[in-house]
Design a protein around this ligand. Structure first.
Ligand code: ADP
Length: 557
């Protein structure tokens, strides 16, 4: 700079010399007195020099004034707010834009505290911002919200950037209105939140987007958790999804599905996906397009349909059951009408004959017995139907009393000896085996129902046994439950029928000689349930059957 100035003075000096030499009085002066002339010349040069310097200064002053005006205009009319703050936050100076932001005239704002114009929450921010400027002496920024001013219901945000002045006592601040940016940012965040929760809200749905290299563009939390459970890894955006799938077949299959989508195909699969814990999944694959409608990735939505499949299975089972029950009911109705017709025909036929038998006592007795038996058969059938109806509608109540087990078995023995005679089953030996210690033969339970169960089981044993032993008895099992059993050497029951015979109306090998409705064992099952016991069956076709059931042992006094 100094060198430049010297150069300018040298230039001026040279110009002044040239102007002095052109002066017409010059030669005359030199002739008279050399020294005076020289001095005079110097003065003249110096005067010209001064004159020129003066001109230059005037020009420089004009230029400086012009620049100052320009800067003042720039300062005043700048679209950014400029403020000068004192250390305690007072406004020392500000431009028009800043005044406009604060909504007052410049003169009203000078010397006021900037803190008055901002919201309470921003005051703390502003104070620490000022403090930072003066302590660190480096450029600092902060965001404040103006008090009492909104645009379309949205508060006005200012971004302040400040730096300390040269005198270290004030700071220069630029203030920009960032409300539109803030508003856009909030809106964007809000949209992102909506998108995110839309993305995350479907339960049990895996959502994944991959780029063309099968690397994650995005995934939902459910996918993250599934991969964590399956492979013990935390998947990350940008990593290759196929790389995590350990099973090669699974990996190739998944790659194939994504490749189809990357080739532009929307498709879905219904798979047992082992990458998603072996459940049933319905997965939709689709390509993802950019703005130019070019494919840049593929997305997959996998919906767990195991529950739906389970329900489907259960519905099929229920439907089959309903059909089976319907079939059984039809069979039952046919059966029952046959069963009713047989004793009814007997009653009608033999009661007609009875009128003719009036004088023939032997015949009359035989026919009365037949009518009587047929009435019994009818009554039994009606009772069974009523029993099952009561059990199924939960109307049968338990009536517990105290009694000796031997009394039940004695009654049963008497009753079945009589039946055995009537059925002429002499090749069958009926035995009773009560294997309990003498001191615990009195028990506390529903005697009528216990007896009914035993009667049904022994009746069946007689019905399906032509020769051999039928043994009815009771003992204790290891869990101290009372076990009652009826064992026979009869025809036995095939293994595949052993469960179903406890269902209503089911009969195996129905023969015309075997009267029955197929309800006896369902009644037995229902009664044992009521007595809080369990029923078991061991049987081999041709070898015989053992029906046994437990009831909890309640000792009587
Ligand atoms: P039913 O009135 O036909 O006897 P149940 O419900 O008592 O009806 O028995 C169902 C079927 O179970 C019988 O039709 C028979 O095929 C079989 N069953 C029951 N008990 C025996 C048994 N002791 N030996 C062989 N088969 C039996």
């Amino acid at each position: 700079m100094e060198y430049q100035m010297n150069q300018n003075f040298k230039l001026l000096r040279m110009k002044a010399e040239t102007i002095s030499e052109d002066n017409p009085n010059k030669n005359l002066s030199m002739d008279t007195n050399h020294n005076i002339l020289k001095l005079n010349h110097e003065l003249e040069i110096y005067q010209i020099e001064l004159q020129m310097q003066n001109n230059e200064l005037l020009l420089a002053k004009e230029a400086a004034q012009e620049i100052a005006q320009k800067y003042a205009d720039l300062y005043n009319f700048a679209p950014t707010g400029y403020l000068t703050f004192s250390q305690n936050g007072r406004i020392v100076e500000l431009n028009l834009c800043a005044a406009q932001m604060l909504g007052k005239n410049r003169s009203q704002l000078i010397h006021s505290q900037f803190g008055f114009f901002i919201s309470d929450t921003s005051k703390l921010t502003f104070n620490s911002f000022l403090e930072k400027i003066f302590t660190t002496k480096s450029k600092t920024s902060c965001e404040v919200i103006l008090e009492n001013s909104c645009i379309n219901g949205f508060p006005v945000y200012l971004q302040l950037t400040g730096i300390i002045n040269k005198n270290n006592k004030q700071c220069e601040i630029s203030a920009s209105d960032i409300s539109s940016y803030k508003q856009a940012k909030f809106k964007l965040e809000e949209n992102q939140n909506i998108l995110q929760s839309t993305f995350e809200s479907p339960r049990e749905v895996n959502i994944v987007s991959l780029d063309k290299n099968y690397c994650y563009l995005t995934f939902n939390n459910f996918h993250f958790v599934s991969m964590q459970k399956k492979y013990g890894i935390d998947v990350k955006i940008g990593t290759n999804m196929l790389g995590y799938i350990k099973d090669e077949e699974e990996r190739l299959k998944t790659k194939h599905f994504f490749d189809m989508a990357l080739a532009g195909e929307n498709h879905s699969t219904e798979e047992q996906y082992s990458i998603l814990d072996n459940d049933g999944w319905i997965t939709k694959f689709s390509p993802i397009y950019n703005k130019k409608h070019e494919i840049y990735g593929a997305t997959a939505y996998a919906l767990n349909i195991s529950q739906i499949k389970q329900i489907e299975k259960e519905l099929i089972i229920a439907k089959n059951r309903a059909e089976e029950s319907d079939r059984l009911k039809t069979a039952f109705l046919q059966n029952i009408s046959h069963e009713i017709r047989t004793p009814m025909n007997m009653i009608m036929g033999f009661s007609n004959l009875m009128a003719d038998d009036f004088d023939d006592k032997a015949n009359l007795q035989e026919h009365v017995q037949i009518v009587n038996e047929s009435c019994n058969d009818l009554l039994n059938m009606i009772n069974e139907i009523l029993d099952i109806a009561k059990i199924e509608s939960g109307q049968l109540a338990i009536n517990e009393t105290e009694f000796n087990i031997n009394t039940i078995f004695n009654e049963l023995e008497q009753y079945f000896r009589h039946i055995q005679d009537m059925q002429e089953k002499q090749k069958v030996s009926f035995q009773i085996a009560v294997q309990l210690p003498n001191n615990i033969q009195v028990i506390y339970t529903d005697k009528v129902k216990l007896k009914q169960v035993l009667i049904n089981l022994i009746k069946n044993a007689f019905k399906f046994t032509e020769k051999g032993i039928i043994e009815a008895g009771c003992k204790f099992d290891k869990q101290n439950n009372l076990v009652f059993y009826v064992k026979d050497d009869g025809i036995g029951i095939p293994e595949d029928k052993q469960k179903v015979i406890f269902e209503r109306f089911v009969q195996v090998n129905k023969k015309s000689t075997n009267r029955g409705t197929g309800l006896g064992l369902s009644i037995v099952q229902g009664l044992v349930d009521l007595l809080k016991g369990e029923i078991f069956l061991k049987s081999k076709p041709g070898k015989g059957s053992t029906f046994s059931f437990t009831i909890p042992y309640k000792k009587g006094n």
